[in-house]
Design a protein around this ligand. Structure first.
Ligand code: SF4
Length: 349
């Protein structure tokens, strides 16, 4: 199967041009067609010679995705189920904010981390996505935005929080960042990109050393090892003290604030005793806690925390001068939990 041209970083495309007897500057023209004009076919690149178009068509496909299902929520959230060339399915979500449009991308087909509260964790990883398969999600959402009525809208933010563990697909995920961030392409600023990890400690350290300004979020979800290991198996490999050491390394190296994601599950991790433990863990750190109301996934039996428990937890952290917010929910009327749409589709098949 031919790779997608979206797989190539700008520098790789320049090298490809030279290897194929073309001038290096052609890379800029092609990049412009891909990311500024946002064409769907090579043949639409009308200032490119027929010979080069043929070479490109022989070597690459353009989009490796086809849209399978689209769910649109009354709050503007749009959820896409895409089929890859090998027939596997992935999900992508567009979330409109006051400050811009954010796209949540998937990085793997399935996931091996196996968090017990996650719809995707029930479907083992089949394979990693390539950089271009991640990039194509952004491009298809952008093209969908181009079809909406009203003012022109652009994808302005990326969150790498969809299905999969990006740090388990590190090289492709990093190439994706280089492509989406490139000034000659979509040019989405590093500070507008957030990657979330379940806590793969060596990769957190490696990421800290990359010298880029991308935001990092850690899926913490529990304030002690016993509880965290029971909801996230990854904690057995990288327990909380090791994780926190890596986080401190990241903060020292990058001088950037870190976000801890904390999904609130009724009676599991949402009591004041947990809030107290959480305060101890993060006190003095340049950190932000994101409390996330649990989005019910039928088969796991976890439930949403009550509003009262969420408020009491939030107030406790505030009182302790911890930076905290409760995440706004998106797409309440569609299958909004990560992996739900894909899980449903596979079930129905
Ligand atoms: S929450 Fe993320 S890391 Fe955990 S199983 Fe689901 S997709 Fe994988």
């Amino acid at each position: 199967m031919k790779p997608t041209i979206y797989d190539l970083t700008y520098e790789q495309l320049e090298a490809w041009m030279l290897e194929n007897g073309e001038k290096k500057f052609r890379a800029q023209q092609i990049w412009n067609w891909l990311y500024i004009q946002q064409v769907a076919e090579f043949a639409e690149m009308n200032n490119i010679s027929k010979v080069l178009i043929e070479k490109l068509e022989a070597a690459f496909i353009l989009s490796p995705l086809t849209q399978n299902v689209l769910q649109a929520s009354s709050d503007g959230t749009r959820k896409y189920l895409f089929a890859l060339n090998d027939g596997t399915l992935i999900e992508t979500v567009l979330m409109p904010h006051k400050y811009g449009n954010s796209v949540c991308v998937t990085t793997q087909v399935g996931c091996n981390i196996g968090c017990s509260f996650c719809a995707s964790g029930t479907l083992r990883k089949q394979r990693d996505l390539t950089a271009g398969e991640i990039m194509a999600q952004v491009m298809l959402v952008q093209r969908d935005l181009n079809t909406l009525e009203g003012e022109a809208q652009r994808v302005s933010h990326i969150v790498i929080m969809g299905i999969g563990e990006p740090f388990d697909n590190y090289d492709n995920f990093m190439d994706f960042i280089r492509i989406v961030n490139h000034p000659k392409g979509l040019a989405i600023g590093a500070r507008h990109i957030t990657v979330s990890t379940s806590g793969i400690v060596p990769k957190i350290r490696q990421f800290a050393d990359e010298g880029i300004q991308v935001n990092l979020a850690i899926s913490l979800h529990a304030p002690n090892d016993e509880l965290r290991s029971s909801v996230m198996k990854i904690n057995n490999a990288y327990p909380i003290p090791e994780l926190m050491d890596a986080v401190r390394y990241y903060i020292a190296k990058t001088n950037r604030r870190i976000t801890f994601e904390y999904i609130m599950m009724r009676g599991v991790n949402d009591q004041i005793i947990h809030a107290r433990q959480l305060v101890k863990l993060v006190r003095g750190m340049n950190a932000y806690i994101n409390l996330i109301p649990f989005n019910a996934v039928d088969e796991h039996g976890y439930q949403r925390s009550t509003k009262e428990d969420v408020s009491a937890f939030f107030d406790y952290l505030k009182k302790e001068k911890i930076q905290v917010m409760v995440r706004r929910e998106f797409g309440h009327d569609i299958d909004a939990a990560c992996g739900q749409l894909r899980a449903k589709k596979l079930e129905s098949e």
